[in-house]
Ligand binder design. Structure first.
Ligand code: ADP
Ligand code: ZN
Length: 597
């Protein structure tokens, strides 16, 4: 592009030159002899001039040619002031008039527009060029490269994932002293797959491995590989590996590997050709390099089950590291890491906070600490106290309080009875999570009220009775509405969804149905929207499928009846509780227990 453009400028110059040559040639064809004014005067005296045409500045005319009487010759001279010319003539000085040279001016009037034109043209080319260049570099890499000094994430920053850290120690050792390992002929995994729910710190772990071993860190998301144009993603993979090899030892980290590595042939929507090509290229690159080079590939996914099996074969992502949700101890450690950055009040009890946050992952806990800090700022506090943390937990679980949202009194009443229904059923049944708080202040986008039940400990197993009790308390809200108002509302739709999910799992996964027995009736784990043309559900007959439906219905209706019975027998508590709730908007678990007693 650059070359061609220079070439064109030469063309323009050449053109100008040719025009000038032609001009002078034409001028010489009509050759006019330019003579000094003194000569003109002389010829005039000698009678050689035959005719003249006088203009303001010059005199043109014809003169006789010496020797040939009939022939004349055109001449031109520039006029000189007549008085002066007389004087000059007296002293026989050769003198001539000269018209001020306009050459420079003419040149400028030519050259300036040309320059301007060339300038504009150059600018346009440049702009187009940069656009075109952007187009051309699509295949180039968007991977962010973090050098070791800007990473500054260490293992100390990632808490509550000790097992994962232990597994990654070996990789760090290798990256620190690759020679030691290769001398011994040790084999280092090429690809390490970090598997775990979102926000558990997979990205952080990968960065920490780079940080601890002091090597560059290439980070790219699987979704960034999949380009609009076929072939671009593959080019990008190639480019990424080339860059990485130059900087070895280093780590390549692919976030959201599932976006790129979905099993091939999954789903028939357009655009998967491109993904396939990109995935193939990734496989080729992975097979093509030797760990001796010192490039370690790390990837993260929260859906390992949909990955293409080819990715998981030996020599590829064959090392899997589980990064699970933190347990209570883990949550404490994570909270500690994030609390280091803020000023904490003396009343903050880590143990209590860890108890209040089961199921939360590292990202949630980081967010929690941040929310609490923001609340403290808003309340003009010097340090973040327990009250702020509690409020932040509620916010994260149930969304922001929307005190100003207008709800008509009848709706408020419905919500109060509904929430009270959940609480009373839960408190009447053993093995349900204790009720911590009931509120009818609207929160979040759609919750009009909520009953906060928080487990006292992490649970890994649940019994059938506990599951049934849970379903009953979920249905308690609707049951209360039916008892009090003889009508039901749409407010229970989330409860119904959750209750149905539990019932489904009990029957299909946990073998908790008498009629179906101890079988696992695989609910299809793969995302259903990808299953074009596949029958939903697992490998069982229509009859079984029908039976499953019936069983789910039976469980739900059985539990609904149980909830209704409980509430009928404690209708007075239901009414008193609801009235209290309408008055106070928010009641604590202890108050409800007092009411029940
Ligand atoms: P993932 O990659 O698993 O989705 P990230 O590594 O992106 O999760 O974590 C997001 C944020 O959550 C981090 O920046 C960090 O602040 C916080 N976080 C997550 N897990 C942890 C952890 N184990 N320890 C400390 N902070 C964590
Ligand atoms: Zn409800």
């Amino acid at each position: 592009m650059e070359n061609k453009h220079k070439f064109s400028i030469w063309y323009v110059l050449l053109g100008i030159w040719v025009v000038l040559i032609i001009q002078s040639y034409i001028a010489s064809m009509f050759a006019v002899q330019v003579i000094p004014y003194s000569q003109f005067l002389g010829m005039l005296k000698e009678g050689k001039v035959t005719e003249v045409a006088v203009t303001a500045n010059q005199i043109e005319g014809k003169m006789k040619v010496d020797g040939a009487a009939a022939e004349t010759k055109a001449f031109r001279t520039v006029r000189v002031d007549p008085e002066l010319s007389k004087l000059l003539d007296q002293y026989k000085i050769i003198f001539k008039g000269e018209i001020e040279s306009t050459f420079l001016r003419d040149l400028l009037s030519w050259v300036l527009p040309i320059l301007l034109f060339v300038g504009i043209w150059y600018y346009m080319i440049q702009r187009m060029g940069s656009q075109q260049a952007g187009f051309m570099t699509l295949g180039k890499n968007k991977a962010k490269i973090y050098m070791q000094d800007e990473l500054n994430v260490t293992f100390n920053d990632v808490a509550g994932v000790d097992e994962a850290k232990q597994e990654l120690m070996e990789v760090i050792e290798f990256l620190k002293t690759p020679a030691k390992f290769t001398e011994l002929g040790g084999k280092i995994p090429k690809g390490i797959l970090l598997v775990g729910p979102p926000g558990t710190g997979k990205t952080m772990l990968a960065k920490a491995v780079a940080g601890e071993s002091g090597v560059p860190f290439f980070s790219i998301s699987g979704s960034e590989f999949v380009e609009m144009f076929v072939g671009m993603g593959a080019a990008r993979v190639r480019d990424l590996f080339e860059q990485a090899k130059k900087r070895a030892p280093c780590i390549i980290f692919i976030d959201e590997l599932d976006a790129l590595g979905k099993a091939r042939g999954f789903g028939t929507f357009g655009g998967h050709d491109e993904r396939e090509q990109t995935l193939n290229q990734l496989l080729v690159e992975m097979d093509g390099f030797d760990t001796k080079v010192g490039v370690i590939l790390m990837a993260a996914t929260n859906r390992p089950e949909i990955l293409d099996p080819a990715l998981l074969r030996p020599g590829r992502f064959d090392r899997h590291v589980l990064v699970d949700r933190p347990d209570k101890q883990g949550r404490k450690e994570i909270l500690q890491v994030h609390m280091k950055k803020i000023k904490i009040g003396p009343d903050v009890d880590l143990d209590l906070l860890a108890n209040m946050t089961p199921g939360m992952v590292g990202a949630d806990l980081a967010n929690l600490v941040n929310e609490a800090a923001l609340l403290a700022v808003r309340r003009d506090k010097k340090e973040v106290g327990l009250a702020e943390f509690e409020e932040a937990v509620e916010r994260i679980i149930a969304g922001l309080e929307k005190k100003n949202r207008l709800i008509n009194p009848r709706e408020r009443e419905t919500v109060a009875y509904h929430e009270m229904g959940h609480a009373i059923v839960a408190l009447s049944l053993p093995g349900t999570d204790p009720v911590q708080k009931i509120s009818i202040i609207p929160r979040g986008i759609s919750a009009l009220g909520y009953t906060m039940q928080v487990p006292t400990e992490d649970r890994f197993l649940m019994t059938k009775t506990e599951l049934l009790n849970k379903i009953a308390s979920l249905l308690g809200g609707r049951a209360a509405e039916a008892i009090i108002f003889n009508d039901i509302s749409t407010g229970a739709h989330n409860d119904l969804a959750r209750a149905t999910d539990i019932a489904k799992s009990m029957i299909r996964e946990y073998g908790m149905s008498k009629r179906l027995g101890q079988v696992y009736l695989s609910p299809d784990k793969r995302p259903q929207f990808l299953d074009v043309g596949r029958r939903e559900g697992g490998d069982y007959s229509e009859a079984t499928s029908e039976m499953i439906d019936q069983e789910i219905r039976e469980v739900i209706s059985g539990e609904y009846n149980r909830a209704t019975q409980i509430l009928q027998s404690r209708k007075d508590i239901l009414v008193r509780g609801a009235l209290l709730l309408l008055e106070k908007e928010k009641i604590e678990g202890s108050e409800i227990q007092a009411l029940m007693a």
